[in-house]
Write a protein that binds this ligand. Structure first.
Ligand SMILES: *[C@@H]1O[C@H](CO)[C@@H](O)[C@H](O)[C@H]1NC(C)=O
Ligand SMILES: *[C@@H]1O[C@H](CO)[C@@H](O)[C@H](O)[C@H]1NC(C)=O
Ligand SMILES: *[C@@H]1O[C@H](CO)[C@@H](O)[C@H](O)[C@H]1NC(C)=O
Ligand SMILES: *[C@@H]1O[C@H](CO)[C@@H](O)[C@H](O)[C@H]1NC(C)=O
Ligand SMILES: *[C@@H]1O[C@H](CO)[C@@H](O)[C@H](O)[C@H]1NC(C)=O
Ligand SMILES: *[C@@H]1O[C@H](CO)[C@@H](O)[C@H](O)[C@H]1NC(C)=O
Ligand SMILES: *[C@@H]1O[C@H](CO)[C@@H](O)[C@H](O)[C@H]1NC(C)=O
Ligand SMILES: *[C@@H]1O[C@H](CO)[C@@H](O)[C@H](O)[C@H]1NC(C)=O
Ligand SMILES: *[C@@H]1O[C@H](CO)[C@@H](O)[C@H](O)[C@H]1NC(C)=O
Length: 526
């Protein structure tokens, strides 16, 4: 048996070798007959690893050997303009059918406008292909020749705009497809088809604005989907259908502003969801429902002003939550309760810096968690969380932030006329006028809260919990006021309602009085 197979193998090799040699002889003969101009084509080469023709548009350097039928790894450069799809150069790859790793680097004077399927046909043992700097506008159907041993495809920086139906299809061993840094606009259905082992799909740095419902229906073993740095605005309920095994979903740096209910409901196994650096303003209370395995959620660098009270009830396994750099004015005990216990072990994470928290008793739980958590990150973050004493004035100043950056002086005067300064803002913008505030003022007391130079922005944990003022009937419940619960009401209206309700409290009255008094004193001293 063995002997027979070996003989058959040898015969096969001999026949192929004879064919290849004959082809090359034919081509050479043709060339000799025609006597130029030959630079229209890449031309046939009898061994792609040993190209002596200086005009060839493809030159490959092979590891181990330059013998035909023995190279396992080839690095090819593409020179001298474009190559027709059916150019004979692609047939030259038949000379090295044992190749397992193949890469194409397109040089500045070269061009490669397609995946060279004609070459891949001969490379039944190929496991890895990498093409860089091409101008492959379209990836066509079955571009990878149904190669059974292919495990990874990397097509970064090829100006790809369009993935046709079945671009990546019938590749039984493919585990990685990397399409980083292209210009892909849309992911439509059946682009990825019959890829039972595909584990990782990378679309980082493209221009994807549309993902068709069911686009991932045939990638059911995908573990990691990377859509970082695209142009995605809407995610729909069926966008991620089929990804029941996904572990990590990276949606950072897109333009998502509204997370609707059940968006991720199909992702039963998702452990990591990254939504940082989007434009998120609205999150439905049920947006994360179904994510029972989620451990890590990042929502940093968004525009969140408030979170629905029961947002985290569907993600009770969450132990890492990043909410930094939002505009949150509160994070209530109700918000955090479903995951509070997960935030105590050493490797947990709760990051909250750079928000617009208002100093009130809804933040009391931070004291508790600071004392209970074994996580150094969480403790450090809690210790740097700041809050503001005077929400209406300060938030109106914050609403003008964008103008401010363009017009520091105007902003500065507004703040001074309001009789207050904001420490971090001033520090950020190098506004130094606050130093003119008389020393005595800093020692003034307001409702039992010591007023220092940093009147409006304080570290939450430096305020004793019993001194955190409470909104109307918030003392006992620490619940968010009811208007925060409905996520669909536009935030601006919420804010107005919020301010209106708040001005009715005793705390607000006394604080206003102190601000007025302070204005007068400031005026007196100048
Ligand atoms: C092929 O390469 C191997 C080493 O990788 C070498 O031992 C063998 O002699 C080579 N075969 C031919 C025909 O050159
Ligand atoms: C493919 O590679 C395997 C080893 O990985 C080798 O045994 C086999 O002969 C190769 N097949 C071809 C057609 O080169
Ligand atoms: C694919 O890889 C396997 C295992 O490495 C090998 O036995 C086989 O010959 C390769 N080629 C094809 C065409 O499957
Ligand atoms: C790949 O397989 C599909 C389905 O069997 C077939 O339609 C297609 O022609 C094949 N393509 C190539 C390039 O082999
Ligand atoms: C690729 O998948 C086929 C089944 O379609 C299998 O027979 C083959 O051995 C696999 N090759 C490798 C390298 O795993
Ligand atoms: C991205 O796509 C949009 C259309 O969706 C287009 O207007 C824009 O020019 C594209 N950006 C780049 C860098 O190609
Ligand atoms: C968010 O999306 C939901 C569902 O599409 C819609 O009903 C709601 O009006 C949207 N909210 C905003 C503020 O666009
Ligand atoms: C936290 O610990 C400090 C000192 O260890 C203690 O004074 C304070 O009462 C504790 N706070 C809470 C809310 O348990
Ligand atoms: C503030 O001043 C420091 C040096 O005093 C400088 O490094 C920093 O860039 C300045 N920041 C702004 C926002 O101007």
């Amino acid at each position: 048996m063995k002997m027979e197979r070996r003989i058959a193998g040898v015969i096969y090799i001999l026949i192929t070798f004879a064919l290849v040699t004959e082809m090359s002889i034919n081509v050479q003969a043709k060339d000799n007959n025609k006597r130029r101009p030959k630079d229209k084509t890449g031309g046939f080469q009898k061994n792609i690893c040993d190209v002596s023709d200086r005009d060839s548009k493809v030159h490959c350097y092979c590891e181990n050997t330059r013998e035909p039928r023995n190279a396992t790894k080839a690095e090819c450069w593409v020179f001298n303009g474009g190559i027709p799809r059916d150019d004979l150069i692609w047939q030259s790859f038949a000379s090295q059918p044992t190749l397992q790793t193949l890469s194409f680097n397109v040089r500045v004077d070269g061009a490669l406008g397609y995946v060279p399927t004609k070459a891949l046909h001969f490379l039944k043992n190929l496991s890895s292909i990498n093409i860089r700097y091409g101008n492959i506008a379209d990836v066509t159907s079955f571009a990878f020749a149904n190669l059974t041993n292919l495990t990874d495809i990397t097509l970064s920086q090829n100006q790809i705009e369009n993935l046709q139906q079945y671009s990546f299809a019938h590749l039984p061993n493919i585990t990685l497809i990397n399409l980083e840094d292209n210009m892909i606009l849309e992911i439509s259905t059946e682009v990825f088809f019959d890829l039972p082992k595909l584990h990782k799909l990378v679309f980082t740095k493209n221009n994807i604005s549309s993902i068709r419902d069911g686009a991932f229906l045939h990638t059911f073993n995908l573990l990691e989907l990377d859509l970082n740095k695209n142009n995605i605005i809407h995610l729909r309920r069926r966008t991620f259908d089929g990804l029941a095994n996904l572990r990590k979903l990276d949606l950072r740096r897109n333009r998502i502003y509204n997370l609707t209910e059940y968006t991720f409901a199909e992702l039963w196994n998702l452990q990591e969801l990254l939504l940082g650096k989007n434009d998120l303003k609205y999150i439905s209370e049920r947006a994360f429902d179904g994510l029972s395995q989620l451990r890590k959620l990042s929502l940093d660098d968004n525009k969140l002003v408030t979170l629905p009270a029961h947002l985290f009830e569907g993600v009770r396994g969450l132990s890492s939550l990043d909410l930094r750099s939002n505009e949150l004015h509160a994070l209530t005990f109700d918000n955090i309760k479903p995951i509070l216990d997960n935030l105590k072990p050493q490797n947990s994470n709760l990051l909250l810096e750079e928000n617009n928290f208002v100093c009130d008793c809804r933040l009391k739980w931070m004291h508790l968690l600071r004392n209970d958590t074994k996580s150094q990150n969480t403790r450090q973050s809690l210790e740097s969380v700041t809050c503001k004493m005077d929400p209406p004035i300060v938030s109106s100043a914050y609403n003008k932030m964008s103008d401010v950056i363009e017009n520091k002086i105007k902003f500065n005067q507004e703040i001074l006329h309001a009789g207050i300064t904001i420490e971090t803002l001033n520090d950020k913008m190098n506004i130094t006028e606050k130093k003119t505030i008389p020393e005595e003022l800093n020692k003034e007391q307001s409702n039992g809260i010591p007023v220092t130079k940093k009147v409006t922005k304080r570290f939450v944990l430096k305020i004793p919990p019993e001194n955190l003022p409470c909104l109307r009937d918030a003392e006992t419940t620490t619940e968010a006021p009811t208007f925060i619960v409905d996520p669909v009401i536009p935030i601006q209206n919420e804010m107005k309602t919020y301010r209106f309700q708040e001005t009715n409290t005793a705390y607000r009255l006394s604080f206003n009085l102190s601000v007025v008094l302070w204005c007068c004193l400031a005026f007196f001293f100048t």
